[in-house]
Design a protein around this ligand. Sequence first.
Ligand SMILES: [Zn+2]
Length: 208
Amino acid sequence: MADEVVWSGGKLVHAKVTDKVNAKIEKGALTVAHALVLHQTGAATAASSFSSYDKGENGAHFLIDTDGTLYQTARIDQKCWHVGKVRSRCMEMKSCTPEELKVANAILFKKGESYNVRIDNLYQHEAAKSYPDRFPLNEDSLGIEIVGSFDAKAQTYAAVTKDQNEALTWLVDVLTVKLALGSGDVFTHGAIGYKQPTEASTAQWTKP
Ligand SMILES: [Zn+2]
């Protein structure tokens, strides 16, 4: 279990955590966090993420460097843009009701519309549901970035390191207590979005 931690103003205060909170990636109040979404950065260094955060676009709440150094990059009571469009959860889990499957298929395979428009429409349809009927969104989740490069030729992310998995396990434990997460509330971005399925696929943590 996680040892004693202190939360102050949305920040995790602990010797294991380095404060690198950057207000530029904070996008307004986050009133509830039901889930964690694990990412990989697509770059080999933490510095690359820090400089991208200075531009004020996408970001997440925590960043784990290759040596396991854990940074907090946004306060947990603030939204970050880290999830983007999600897939239909019941389609992925093969748990849609027959009516819902009909509706989702009609959106996803609508003739005469581009793929991007169709997946955006399906995302809008999902976003109208509440968690956990859909995958988590920026509006109700925290993001954890794991530094790791992407091999464009092999179309795979670097394996998450042992040090990173140890830091991740500690952080997931702490956030599980803080957010009262359940065993199904930690997701990898690769499993819920439309990007690379290998994103964070080698991450290991202890299920809440
Ligand atoms: Zn991601």
